[in-house]
Structure formats: C-alpha cells, structure tokens
Design a protein around this ligand. Sequence first.
Ligand code: 4NP
Length: 161
Amino acid sequence: MPYTLLFVCLGNICRSPAAENIMNHLIEQAGLSGQITCDSAGTSSYHIGSPPDRRMTSAASQRKIALRGSARQFTKADFERFDLILAMDRDNYAEICALDPSGRFRNKVRLMCEFCTQHMLREVPDPYYGGTEGFNQVIDLLLDACQGLLDDVVKQIPVKP
Ligand code: 4NP
C-alpha cells in the first residue's frame, strides 16, 4: 500500500496543484514512484474542474515542472483516504478541521510550511491576486517544504528489499 498525501489550498488551482506536482517530481527523482502517491484539493468549490492557473503553470515550468490535474473540492471522505493532509495556510487548516468536529483526524492534518528547512515563512501565501513574484515565491517555498516532507515520509515507509 502506498503512503498517501493530499495537498489542500483554497481554489486547488495555484498552490496545492503546484505542491502535488513538485512532490511527484521529487518522488520520481528519489526512485520512490508507487510508494508515495499525491493528490490535491481545494476547500472551496470556486474552480471545480479547472486546470491549474496559467501563472502558476508558468512559474513551475521555469523549474521544469509540469502542472497536471483539475480542481476538486476537499470532502470528509478524504480524511479516511489519505495518510497525511497538508494545508497551505491557516485558513485552509481551519476549513479542513471544521469538517472534522470530533477531532478524530486532527493528527493527519499539518501545515505545509512545518516541513520547510530553508524558509522562515509559516504559511504558503495565496498568490492569486498578486504578481509574478508571488507565484515564484510559492514555487521556492514548496520546493523546500516538499523536500522536507519527502525526507519525513521516507522514514515512515517500509524499506523495499
Ligand atoms: P489557491 O489560489 O488557493 O492557491 O488555488 C486561489 C485560487 C482562487 C482564488 C483564491 C486563491 N479565488 O478567490 O478564486
């Protein structure tokens, strides 16, 4: 059984698809394809079915990372389906936790920036209403956080013979 990761932001067109595809890139580079799987979702219904935002796609392509996928909304069923749920900011974290009032899945939900080792920011800023620099910053932050996350997850998956 693969270890399953879900990245969550507001719209599922900027930050979380970038996180999902960056993580897949690092997983492939590490030769761990099939052992860790990634998906992403948004807390809102605003962009259901939409591809990643072209500004995010452009920033990612400069790092040779293609963004694939289409937006979907986070649902309660995701608590069961995923081993770890990574919120991009505190609003996303609160929205996710609001769907789990008993707190049963609270230890599965983490802030993405907890896994940064190079950056001091504690949240991945929402780039949607800003300029190009914001999208580049998201990529930089996510490259750092995804590497930290991969190092952490690798400790938890069984070693293949
Ligand atoms: P994301 O960015 O949460 O990183 O996908 C946003 C996308 C859409 C909106 C806000 C943030 N919006 O307000 O439509």
